[in-house]
Design a protein around this ligand. Structure first.
Ligand SMILES: [Zn+2]
Ligand SMILES: [Zn+2]
Ligand SMILES: [Zn+2]
Length: 151
């Protein structure tokens, strides 16, 4: 991944606090899980399992271990899964007490990712819910375009 200026980044979380959350849910803090959390903590954008593997120290764990760990961390609400439409699940740390709802702007040429704070007004979801008799309507949404460097 290339370094880039972040227009927005989520507050960094302390690794000790993350480990406490793992402990709080009485899960063993295995070496691989702690190492994965440390990688995610340092990256302000969602990472694929393969990117996590590439960022880990050599022989820390294999792709299958990362896959299982991400599944568990997602179930625990510690990471949120994002889909950029390329078939690779991406994971980002979620702040405690936060649902992690936000969006990304992705460059279609170089894959630069910008964190986007803007979201639909909640009245749009309320209107969609009311019009269709649904409850608890939410959305997933990512934006795509060409970044300034690639124009
Ligand atoms: Zn994000
Ligand atoms: Zn670009
Ligand atoms: Zn939104």
């Amino acid at each position: 991944m290339k370094p880039h200026a972040h227009k927005h980044s989520h507050p960094r979380q302390e690794l000790s606090a993350l480990k406490n959350r793992l402990r709080g849910q009485s899960r063993k803090i295995t070496g691989p899980r702690a190492a994965i959390l440390e990688i995610l903590r340092k990256h302000p954008h969602p990472l694929t399992n393969r990117e996590i593997l590439a960022a880990l120290p050599k022989d820390e764990c294999d792709l299958a271990t990362i896959y299982r760990s991400m599944h568990l961390l997602e179930k625990m609400g510690m990471v949120k899964r994002f889909d950029f439409g390329d078939g690779a699940a991406r994971f980002e740390l979620v702040g405690e007490g936060d649902d992690g709802h936000h969006h990304h702007l992705v460059c279609m040429r170089c894959s630069e990712v910008v964190e986007i704070e803007e979201c639909f007004p909640s009245k749009v979801e309320r209107r969609i819910a009311a019009a269709n008799g649904f409850k608890s309507v939410t959305h997933k949404l990512e934006f795509f375009g060409i970044c300034p460097d690639c124009q």
